[in-house]
Design a protein around this ligand. Structure first.
Ligand code: SF4
Ligand code: SF4
Length: 1020
């Protein structure tokens, strides 16, 4: 560690309670936000609360260390990036501090969706919903004075902020609101917060009075949207100064928010949405003009490309949007009653009916689900355009251009011309009634970007907006990237901005270079060279005689690797690894915390950037590029990144760009394991084929011991397996041993014989995997009986091993490859014969289908993958062919209520809960699916003592849901989830195949043990 890093750590040790990380890894992780540039800070601090922040800020001030505050890191123009320290308030400073009938006081790091989730029970909301409200923080939105699609109804952030608790760069804190114009008290000490505030007000008053004419000319009118930079117009009245209004939108350059008091608004009783499909863009703009005067809650415009993708991705849009449509307008109205809502939608239809000579098509949504469906055009379909398609994808570099709404048509015409001249295509999305336009150009790989053309295009778009009285930086701020363009927009008002900055932050330590160009840094700040200082020289680009600051060339300098060049452990075909990292655009969607999404279980419990999938992509990219030396992967600071992935694969499923983060995490772990091996416990737990046979052999002695707490303590000391974990018992004979010695007996079924059972039996192969082989042999037995009952001959090939997913997840890739090749050797002959290979464990199916081909690159791997099918999917195929008889036997005399959890790996396989649907046919069984995230077990992850608590935290919501209702038992296909659910809920959790076997009358011995005791079912 560098000397300065050690010193910061030592100096703040015992004083700063939060997390302070000044490692190269932290610098890399925080060098990216949602935009296209990068800037590496010297470290990152995660303060616990405002008190903690004071300690940090005073220290940084004392040593001239620049500070940049960061929320979710989703900003597009470098607002979250900076030299010196990044202060991440999203991890801990995310509490609701107090709530009253009409206001709420929060810390800046809370997300907007989370705040609204807390307000909803009181019938209130914070009405600024940007499109990324699931991850965007309140501090971030107030910092740029954000506005969402509903700005027409709710206004911008400044309309909601009642007051701000602010901390200045020297650590002084005060509340900023609408302040009286009183002089400082000459008697009071100068550094007293009240006195500091009075001095600031006094100096501001003087500037604002002296420069009133310039301000009035540069910031005409007090409008719905501000014009970027500091809002100076309307801040000063005869008697008061609106300090809060000035600080909203100041992008963390004047002070840091430590508490934000917001006015809340009543939730709308009814919402209705009208989707108007227009034959031309001009007719869509005409619709916007007609609708605007009727004051709807929202009025957005989407272009043809978004509509085309919507048709491709969602059949419901395919049904309603004809391919000839060029644009659509999405209009929302709100009302107290449903009939009022419908009336408003009808008058909107009427008023737009004459446009485009009756060629408008309208779709109305009145129910909450239909309203959400229509809004998915912007919230779900638009982000999907960022996924590379045919080598092209949209890039968010021309967002947030604002023009007067009446000038929209003219602006779009000018912009169209500029795009044509640059020979670049783009997608356009607009909050049209407010004049906010986002262009997303379609570009190829980053390395092939036409940088000069993009620079010219950017300024052509700015010019077009300015020429029509528009602006930049109105709703998403300026950050470091657009600050240089501000002088073009404001001229000498920028000098006033500088004076204002000087009043609050004379040393220029807060977000240097944002809003106001940075002065040379002093003190320790100079020891922390920023990326822009180090950026490789770029030929200056000129436009209209002006030298332009390059927005697209700021990159971290490529640092020569200090170790061996990275040789990838996973098998990545040529260029695939680079393609994978380039697919991540830093949008931050993987920081979502709502449980309707599973990604990412680790981020859900830590709230820390290092645990996010995005962090893995950043680290992987820098490892590939050589910026991060391979040996860094074995350093302690890398552990929070490597240990926060258990390969659930939900991020690659739910990320809008479907970035293959799990594979990157495996590669990183593989690199680390190749250099220093894995821990004893990871080695042991990832090799069930080593301890499985021993466990079975010792089962008569071992099983009673596993229930004995003293033995579990000893086991923990020897192996690292958590003493608190209820371990599965071993079968005295593994299923493979049982099948080797005797044919699996199928008892006479209580059900009717299956039609066609007399025909020759159709052979299928069973890949048993570890858990059903050594622990739950009853499941393997149930499966074999069900299949034979259905007319199949079950082949259980000898010599098959565990799938090896535990090895892959631990990064032990050579061992995993060896095991995979052995399984391929056993399974490939059957696959060549055209036999299906069925897995009752979803993880095993995923491993055979997805992991083996890319891990081994063996020609048989693809063949085996093609023939492999998860058991539920196989039975669903039979059901579709009419070959699956309905299970007729109830599981008990009384009706039962059970809860079903979908395993993560089943989701990754793309299977839609087939066994849930089949088991719902069982008489007297009410089976409810719950979606409360991951169980937290993840194969063997939750077995070890180092992971036990994390595993419990991750599974907490699911377990609470299971416990909160009077469920008789749980159901899931995954063996790890079953262990966790059984341990935490005191009810048995069964594989659905067992339910089917019982309902077909094939497992009388299991049914006999499945008993009702006191309130719950038990499995003796
Ligand atoms: S992994 Fe996906 S969701 Fe996360 S930042 Fe990258 S693109 Fe966005
Ligand atoms: S695979 Fe799962 S645990 Fe790993 S980063 Fe993705 S969502 Fe998180």
């Amino acid at each position: 560690m560098e000397i300065w890093a050690t010193r910061i750590k030592e100096d703040l040790s015992g004083l700063f309670r939060g997390k302070l990380d000044v490692s190269r890894v932290a610098s890399i992780v925080y060098s990216q936000d949602g935009g296209v540039t990068r800037e590496a800070p010297c470290g990152v601090a995660l303060p616990e609360d405002a008190e903690d922040l004071v300690v940090l800020v005073q220290y940084c001030h004392e040593h001239s260390i620049p500070m940049t505050v960061r929320g979710a890191g989703t900003s597009l123009f470098g607002q979250s990036l900076g030299p010196g320290l990044i202060i991440d308030v999203s991890a801990s400073m995310n509490r609701v501090l107090s709530m009253s009938e009409r206001t709420v006081r929060v810390e800046p790091g809370i997300t907007i969706d989370e705040l609204n989730r807390r307000l909803r029970p009181y019938g209130r909301e914070f009405g600024v919903y940007p499109l990324d409200s699931a991850v965007a923080t309140v501090g971030g939105v107030v910092g740029v004075d954000g506005i969402g699609p509903h700005g027409l109804r709710h206004g911008a952030a400044h309309d909601h902020v009642a007051s701000l608790q602010v901390m200045l760069a020297r650590g002084t804190q005060f509340t900023a609101g609408l302040e009286p114009l009183a002089m400082p008290d000459r008697q009071a000490p100068e550094n007293q917060p009240h006195q500091v505030k009075r001095t600031i007000i006094c100096r501001l008053e003087s500037i604002l009075r002296n420069e009133a004419a310039l301000i009035k000319a540069s910031q005409p009118g007090v409008t719905l949207l501000r014009r970027g930079g500091y809002q100076l117009r309307g801040v000063l009245t005869e008697e008061r100064l609106d300090l809060c209004r000035l600080l909203v939108g100041s992008e963390g350059t004047l002070g840091l928010y430590t508490g934000i008091t917001l006015h809340t608004t009543p939730l709308p009783a009814h919402r209705g949405v009208l989707l108007l499909l227009c034959p031309t863009l001009d007719s869509a703009i005409e619709v916007v003009h007609q609708v605007r005067v009727m004051e709807p809650a929202a009025c957005d415009l989407v272009d043809r490309r978004i509509l085309t993708l919507a048709r491709e991705l969602d059949d419901r849009f395919l049904m309603i949007i004809p391919p000839t449509i060029e644009a659509a307008v999405l209009i929302e109205v709100t009302a107290e009653t449903e009939s009022e809502c419908r009336e408003q939608l009808t008058s909107l239809r009427r008023c737009t009916a004459r446009i485009a000579e009756g060629h408008l098509t309208a779709y109305e949504a009145n129910s909450p689900s239909d309203v959400e469906f229509l809004w998915s055009l912007s919230r779900k379909i638009l982000p999907q355009l960022e996924k590379p398609r045919g080598g092209m994808r949209t890039v968010r570099i021309f967002d947030d251009l604002v023009v007067p709404p009446e000038a929209l048509a003219e602006f779009l015409a000018k912009a169209h011309k500029a795009f044509q001249m640059a020979d670049i295509s783009a997608v356009m999305y607009s909050h049209a009634a407010m004049g906010v336009v986002h262009f997303r150009p379609l570009l190829t790989d980053r390395a092939a970007w036409p940088v000069a053309a993009l620079e010219q295009l950017q300024y052509a778009l700015y010019e077009a907006a300015w020429s029509l009285g528009g602006c930049i930086g109105s709703t998403q701020g300026l950050g470091s990237l657009r600050t240089s363009a501000l002088r073009e927009q404001y001229g000498s008002l920028c000098d006033i901005f500088k004076e204002v900055k000087n009043i609050f932050d004379p040393e220029g330590l807060l977000a240097p270079g944002h809003v106001v160009p940075a002065a040379a840094r002093v003190g320790w700040g100079t020891a922390f060279p920023s990326a822009s200082q180090q950026a490789r020289a770029v030929e200056p680009i000129h436009f209209s005689g002006r030298e332009l600051k390059s927005t697209f060339e700021q990159e971290l300098p490529v640092q020569a690797p200090t170790g061996e060049l990275v040789e990838l452990c996973h098998s990545w075909p040529q260029g695939e690894a680079i393609e994978a990292v380039n697919a991540c655009n830093g949008c931050g969607n993987c920081r979502r915390e709502d449980r309707s999404h599973r990604m990412c279980p680790f981020f859900h419990v830590t709230h820390q950037e290092v645990s996010s999938p995005r962090a893995k992509a950043v680290v992987f990219r820098d490892t590939l590029s050589g910026r991060l030396a391979p040996e860094t992967l074995t350093r302690p600071e890398m552990l929070p990144i490597l240990n926060s992935c258990f390969n659930c694969q939900q991020c690659s499923l739910e990320c809008p760009s479907h970035v293959d983060i799990p594979r990157m995490a495996i590669e990183l772990k593989g690199q680390a394991a190749a250099q220093q091996g894995v821990s004893r416990v990871d080695w042991l737990l990832s090799r069930p084929d080593v301890w499985g046979p021993w466990g079975s052999w010792l089962a008569p002695v071992l099983n009673p011991l596993l229930n004995w707490s003293t033995f579990r303590r000893v086991l923990e000391l020897l192996t690292g397996v958590a003493r608190e974990r209820r371990l599965p018992l071993f079968s005295r004979k593994s299923f493979l041993q049982q099948t080797a010695q005797q044919a699996v007996e199928v008892p006479q079924s209580a059900s009717e014989p299956v039609a066609g059972q007399k025909k020759p039996l159709q052979p299928v192969v069973y890949f048993v995997d570890h858990f059903a082989n050594y622990h739950d042999t009853e499941l393997a037995m149930a499966f074999s009986r069900v299949l034979e009952h259905l007319g199949f001959e079950l082949i259980v090939p000898k010599g098959q091993l565990a799938s090896g997913m535990a090895l892959i997840s631990a990064g032990e890739l050579p061992a995993a490859r060896e095991l995979a090749l052995e399984n391929l050797r056993v399974l490939a002959p059957h696959a060549r014969d055209g036999l299906r290979i069925i897995c009752t464990e979803p993880t095993a199916a995923l491993c055979l289908k997805k992991e083996y081909p890319r891990l081994t690159q063996h020609p048989d791997a693809e063949l085996v993958a093609q023939q492999t099918v998860e058991a539920g999917a196989f039975l669903a195929e039979l059901a579709a062919q009419g070959r699956l008889p309905i299970p007729t036997e109830p599981l008990a005399m009384t009706p039962l209520r059970a809860v079903y959890h979908t395993p993560c790996h089943l989701k990754s396989l793309g299977e839609r809960q087939p066994l849930l649907e089949i088991c719902r046919l069982i008489p007297k069984l009410e089976l409810h699916a719950v979606e409360r995230g991951c169980s937290g077990m993840a194969g063997t992850f939750g077995l070890s003592s180092k992971n036990f608590q994390t595993s419990m935290k991750i599974g907490h919501e699911l377990m609470e849901t299971m416990r909160s209702r009077d469920w008789d038992f749980g159901v899931t296909e995954c063996s790890g989830c079953r262990l966790q659910m059984t341990q935490r809920t005191a009810t048995p959790t069964l594989h659905p195949i067992k339910l089917m076997a019982m309902a077909y009358g094939l497992m009388p011995e299991l049914k006999a043990r499945f008993k009702h005791q006191t309130r719950k079912y038990t499995l003796e």
